[in-house]
Write a protein that binds this ligand. Structure first.
Ligand SMILES: [Zn+2]
Length: 154
């Protein structure tokens, strides 16, 4: 039996979830600082936490507990069976979402909670590197279009 009552348990779990949104906020503000344009809560499979249109990158911030991180995914001492199934189901769903996004041409990046805690800047670097070829291509296209206009449209 679970030592916590139902309401105690749900209060505890909502705190865990709250921490997740806090990590997303940290990542978003780090992206803003670097001038990377993103959107949140896009209407895409799985509702990615962040999307970067340049590069078609969908980012999910996965909590170590909820997504069963091998390094920090602890199993509650009680109701083990329930939690094991729940976390396994979450992981299955992650795979389904990744596949659905892939079919739509989106690249999925799953960022672990512990990656953000360790170094949010490194996560941002990774996203910048992924997005930059497209960003550069767009910029070049815009510049060359402007050059053509400057040449012929006088
Ligand atoms: Zn972890």
């Amino acid at each position: 039996m679970d030592r916590l009552t139902k309401s105690q348990r749900s209060r505890l779990m909502s705190r865990v979830r709250q921490r997740g949104t806090d990590l997303e906020r940290r990542l978003r503000s780090a992206l803003r600082e670097r001038g990377l344009r993103y959107r949140s809560n896009a209407r895409l499979p799985g509702t990615p936490d962040i999307i970067i249109r340049a590069g078609k990158i969908a980012v999910f911030v996965d909590g170590c507990f909820w997504h069963g991180c091998l390094l920090h995914g602890t199993m509650p001492k009680t109701n083990r069976h329930f939690w094991r199934l729940k976390i396994r189901r979450n992981r299955e769903r992650d795979g389904e979402v990744d596949l659905a996004l892939k079919k739509l041409g989106w690249k999925t990046i799953r960022v672990w909670e512990h990656d953000i805690k360790k170094s949010v800047n490194r996560v941002v670097e990774r996203l910048l590197n992924l997005a930059s070829p497209r960003l550069l291509a767009e910029r070049t296209r815009l510049t060359s279009r402007r050059n053509i206009r400057a040449k012929y449209e006088k």
